[in-house]
Design a protein around this ligand. Structure first.
Ligand code: GLV
Length: 324
């Protein structure tokens, strides 16, 4: 008999077919409380789950006693209680490589659009405001040759350093848990402590996962250390930045602008003050959202689930110690 799995995100047809070849699939529309109740039987027999969004914690695990593998269509796994998974011996699979270049492109887009006010001035053109030669009230600030600070030098940080250093002649500073030899050798990235990164960066680009240690890592005190001309870019996870403190810093001129792809609450509430600040570019968490990359992530997630449920894991496992 094929193992049962619950699919909680729709897949392209060919990938869904591949999943059906290996498993008996129950597809649901998200890991909501309502769906957990409605499809209790499917969860009770599921050996695998595949999707993204929705909490997978001990409460969830109690409803899925046969679960052996959780496969997320994302690199980030802050929705998962990894300790609870470890205790239960459930493998967690993710998609850490396929989206790297696309997310770095999104970060560079945020750097450029925040600095050059691309969104704001394009809207002014559409509103018919371009009536004569533009003056300084349309000007932005330069990107090339400015200092780009990277907080969190993982795969995405490295791909951003490549773009910024080789493409835009930007000196790279970074702070991370440890030195990154490739970043230092290939892009002349300089390691520094967080205070120095805050003080010296013209663009502070945050590319950190959300953990207990990174929650509100950037708050009022840290923002106050940044240059008044600095731009903050966040395309990791919203809660790494204290959003209320960021709003105040943007209103009070403590920093110049922000380019944000992630927020403390997503979707961003329509009454968020961020939406009425002209010096904010707000994107709807599009980091990896291209047709090619989202397909690649879904494909990796399907392959990951098949590998893990057939005992052939070679990569993309968050808790490989369970394999031993
Ligand atoms: C997107 O945010 C991801 O974690 O893949």
């Amino acid at each position: 008999m094929k193992p049962s799995v619950v699919l909680y995100k729709s897949l392209p047809d060919d990938l869904r077919q591949r999943l059906d070849e290996h498993f008996t699939v129950t597809e649901i529309n998200g890991l909501t409380a309502e769906n957990l109740e409605k499809h209790a039987e499917a969860f009770a027999s599921a050996e695998g789950i595949l999707g993204s969004g929705g909490k997978v914690d001990s409460e969830f695990l109690a409803k899925a006693p046969k679960l052996r593998v959780a496969s997320t269509v994302s690199v980030g796994y802050d929705n998962f209680d990894v300790d609870a998974l470890n205790q239960r011996g459930v493998l967690l699979m993710h998609t850490p490589t396929v989206l790297t270049e696309t997310v770095a492109d999104t970060m560079m887009a945020l750097v450029l659009s925040s600095a050059r006010r691309v969104v704001e001035v394009a809207e002014r053109v559409k509103a018919g405001e371009w009536q004569s030669n533009i003056g300084p009230d349309w000007f932005g600030i330069d990107v090339h040759h400015k200092k780009l600070g990277i907080l969190g030098m993982g795969r995405i940080g490295l791909a951003l350093a490549q773009r910024a250093h080789l493409g835009f002649s930007m000196p790279i500073l970074y702070n991370a848990r440890k030195h990154h030899d490739a970043a230092e050798q290939r892009f002349d990235a300089q390691y520094c402590d967080l205070d120095t990164l805050l003080k010296e960066s013209d663009f502070l680009c945050i590319s950190l996962p959300l953990t207990e240690q990174t929650h509100h890592l950037i708050g009022r005190e840290q923002l106050a250390k940044m240059k008044p001309s600095a731009v903050l870019i966040n395309a990791g996870r919203g809660p790494v930045v204290d959003e209320q403190a960021l709003i105040e810093a943007l209103k009070d001129g403590i920093i110049h602008a922000a380019g944000l792809d992630v927020f403390e609450q997503e979707p961003l509430p329509a009454d968020s003050p961020l939406l009425s600040l002209p010096n904010v570019v707000a994107l709807p968490h599009i980091g990896s959202a291209t047709h090619e990359t989202r397909y690649g992530m879904a494909k990796d997630a399907v392959d990951n689930l098949i590998a893990a449920l057939t005992g052939k894991v070679e990569k993309n496992c968050v808790n490989p110690q369970l394999l031993k």
